[in-house]
Write a protein that binds this ligand. Structure first.
Ligand code: FE
Length: 243
């Protein structure tokens, strides 16, 4: 099981936390809202956190995202978050939790900011690499297209909203297509923040930290985002996440 297979569990935890509105709520108080099976899964030790294997070769997204960018973005930045996380949780209860549970358990906790930032960045990057694929872009699967029509008027309008979110995010962050209570939404988050902690279910994401595009596009974030939407975005992955 990969880290992002835990999405549902994290969304359930995130929604419960969000609804309770207690930023520093300790999850150690119990998982009363989860089924016994979900609880068993959440409690299953997963060992030290690992850098996911990229689902394609490091030059497979070229020229939209070059092998050079992947070398730094995946090989240095993403790996750095994994390494930092492992150091930060060593010898604590968090070391035995699934990644998404670490994200949920540390969100909003002023004493766990570093753990949250690194855990959320590992989760976000796992999700980002799965959100791209060689030969992506194009038209979404019918089921997703229908939801885009209903929420935004058309597939093109939905893509435009996603682009607007990606360009409108001031500084580092992420643009997301997500389900919020069953409704399709476009949202953006700053730095390591993720819609998971707001009880949303992410469908697809675009990393708009400068490290995602600067080597290939320098300051031209709009060109990077447009190229990702046209040629790399994995709508099949997004549709899969509707289930
Ligand atoms: Fe990144």
């Amino acid at each position: 099981m990969t880290n992002i297979d835990r999405t549902d569990e994290a969304v359930a935890i995130g929604r419960r936390r969000f609804l309770l509105g207690a930023a520093g709520l300790a999850l150690a108080a119990g998982f009363g809202g989860l089924s016994p099976r979900a609880w068993a899964q959440a409690a299953a030790p997963t060992g030290p956190f690992t850098l996911m294997k990229l689902p394609y070769a490091d030059n497979a997204l070229d020229p939209v995202v070059s092998a050079n960018t992947i070398g730094f973005h995946y090989g240095k930045h993403h790996k750095g978050y994994v390494d930092n996380l492992n150091k930060l949780v060593a010898g604590t209860d968090l070391a035995d939790m699934p990644l998404a549970k670490v994200v949920a358990a540390t969100a909003g906790n002023a004493e766990k900011v570093a753990v949250f930032n690194n855990a959320a960045q590992v989760w976000n990057h796992d999700f980002y690499w799965a959100s791209l694929k060689p030969g992506g872009g194009g038209e979404p699967p019918a089921e997703l297209a229908k939801l885009m029509d209903a929420a935004f008027g058309s597939v093109a309008a939905c893509k435009e909203e996603l682009k607007k979110a990606a360009l409108g995010q001031f500084g580092s962050g992420w643009a997301w297509l997500a389900l919020d209570g069953g409704k399709l939404v476009v949202t953006k988050t700053g730095n390591a923040d993720t819609p998971l902690t707001k009880g949303m279910k992410p469908l697809v994401t675009i990393d708009v930290w400068e490290h995602a595009y600067y080597l290939d596009y320098q300051n031209r974030r709009a060109d990077y985002v447009q190229a990702v939407l046209d040629k790399l975005i994995n709508w099949g992955f997004a549709a899969q996440n509707l289930a």
